[in-house]
Design a protein around this ligand. Structure first.
Ligand SMILES: [Zn+2]
Length: 344
């Protein structure tokens, strides 16, 4: 297994997040990436640090709207030219059911249009970090096309909440979706299986009307945790994509005994689809005690999940998502990959 790593994966840059009505230091904190990186080195994976700007990725403009990408690139600079503003771009008004399209041109109006929640502020380095993460994911996918059987992508920020033209959940660019597009250049059918505790709403939206990329998300019940407004089991896809999006919400407090049958259901759906490649949106916030999760997996459980994924015998790309118990990230990453590599 090779690992592709963004050189900015552990920078301090994320600002603050609005959580339960309070602005607090963003949970995507410095220190997370270093723990995952340590796990990759524990396992003696071949680690490649992706040179910023070195990856040609036409997928970026297919997955995201041009005006949104322009916004991500320029928002911070434009914002900071206004008098008396915070260091982070943050909306205080959003499109809503009476004004579904926000038309204003002031930075605050654009922020409401493009930043979908209180956990996705833009700071000076947001574009640099998100773009590098995307390059890392695409390079990882390319490695699979070049013959690698399995690859781990360490990028930060996460990508699975990012939508066509809207950031959400601290995700700005849809890393796993870009990787899926790259894999689709060769493979007919690709799966994205999201095991982060939060619904992968961005990945779902991006492929919702397509039958060539099966999207599956196993997550904590959105009636209880973020993103609250989507991730329910009646969201199954539309048009050609009907039946190619599977949401599996899981009751709060579930341990491995309750989680496992849901995971097996996802694996069965993957087998039925007969894909040629598998992307795992790898979040570890299903871990017991995660401050942003509500499930109760323990470190050895990830080995079981890894072994079951390996049994699918597909070219597999792991793309980094969440996990906020920083002290356990190294062990949990190692556990997942040890299970995967042991089975193969
Ligand atoms: Zn998450």
């Amino acid at each position: 297994m090779k690992a592709f790593i963004s050189p900015f994966h552990d920078h301090h840059w994320t600002g603050n997040a609005l959580v339960r009505g309070r602005l607090q230091l963003h949970h995507d904190a410095q220190g997370r990436g270093a723990q995952v990186e340590a796990a990759l080195k524990d396992l003696e994976l071949q680690c490649h640090y992706v040179e910023p700007g070195s990856v040609d990725m036409p997928e970026l403009n297919r997955v995201h709207a041009e005006d949104y990408l322009h916004y991500l690139r320029t928002a911070s600079e434009e914002w900071l030219q206004r008098p008396d503003v915070s260091f982070e771009v943050r909306p205080n008004i959003w499109p809503n059911r009476y004004f579904p399209v926000m038309k204003g041109s002031l930075p605050v109006a654009k922020a409401g249009r493009y930043l979908g929640d209180g956990a996705s502020p833009i700071v000076a380095d947001t574009w640099k970090n998100a773009h590098s993460g995307a390059e890392t994911a695409v390079m990882g996918a390319q490695a699979l096309l070049d013959g690698e059987r399995s690859v781990y992508v360490l990028s930060r920020p996460s990508g699975h909440h990012a939508m066509t033209d809207m950031a959400m959940g601290g995700s700005f660019i849809a890393n796993a979706a870009l990787a899926a597009e790259r894999l689709r250049s060769t493979f007919k059918r690709v799966v994205v299986l999201d095991i982060d505790v939060h619904h992968g709403n961005g990945t779902q939206q991006l492929f919702y009307s397509r039958d060539d990329v099966l999207t599956i998300s196993i997550h904590g019940d959105p009636d209880v945790i973020f993103p609250f407004i989507c991730g329910y089991d009646d969201e199954v896809g539309v048009d050609a994509g009907e039946g190619y999006n599977l949401n599996i919400p899981i009751i709060a407090g579930s341990e491995m005994a309750q989680y496992r049958p849901h995971f097996e259901r996802a694996l069965q759906r993957i087998s039925d689809f007969q894909p040629e490649a598998l992307i795992i949106a790898a979040g570890y916030d299903t871990f017991r005690g995660d401050p942003f999760g509500n499930l109760c997996l323990d470190t050895p459980d990830y080995s079981i999940l890894g072994a079951r994924l390996a049994a699918l015998k597909l070219p597999t790309l792991f793309v980094q998502e969440g996990g906020y118990v920083i002290s356990a990230l190294r062990a949990n990453t190692r556990s997942l990959l040890e299970g995967y590599l042991g089975e193969r």
